[in-house]
Design a protein around this ligand. Structure first.
Ligand SMILES: [Zn+2]
Length: 162
């Protein structure tokens, strides 16, 4: 992920868990909900001091990788001090992290198939992915992050469609 400019300076702990343990962390059992990211801060700081990603155990290899990359996208956003970002953009960004990793780094037939499914999803994740993909293509990742840091709250003010 580092070579995609998605470095996370805090050590990231990744653990596997069954559905019950994931549910105890607030994750529902939907077909696309396979991971959760927990971020801790020292009192009074905005930089994460501890990042833990929990992934559903028993997933097929490609879905496990997709989930870790998605959650890593959330950890990256936290390290950029991006709070109060509209859900469609935060999930869209996490999906873009997943897509970029699968497409460029894994790059197998299965990975490319998973990318197609990410790009076509009709739910908030797919809508968010397509929105963030177009924005990042247009203005670049650094500018996308910078604008969100200035004003995270209104998607269409920050990123008008052209
Ligand atoms: Zn997510």
């Amino acid at each position: 992920m580092t070579k995609r400019e998605l470095a996370v300076p805090t050590p990231v702990r990744i653990t596997l868990a069954d559905s019950r343990r994931l549910a105890s962390k607030g994750l529902n059992n939907g077909p696309h909900h396979h991971g959760v990211t927990e971020i801790e801060y020292f009192h009074g700081t905005t930089q994460p001091t501890n990042v833990e990603i929990t992934v559903r155990m028993g997933l097929p290899d490609i879905q496990c990788r997709a989930t870790v990359a998605h959650e890593f996208g959330h950890a990256f956003m936290a390290h950029q001090c991006l709070f109060d970002v509209p859900l469609v953009l935060s999930e869209g960004f996490a999906e873009l992290a997943s897509y970029a990793y699968l497409y460029h780094d894994v790059a197998t037939v299965e990975a490319r198939a998973e990318c197609r499914s990410i790009s076509r999803r009709p739910d908030l994740y797919g809508v968010g992915f397509r929105r963030v993909y177009e924005i990042v293509k247009r203005i670049g990742l650094a500018e996308f992050i910078r604008r969100l840091q200035v004003n995270p709250t209104d998607d269409f003010v920050q990123f008008p469609t052209q």
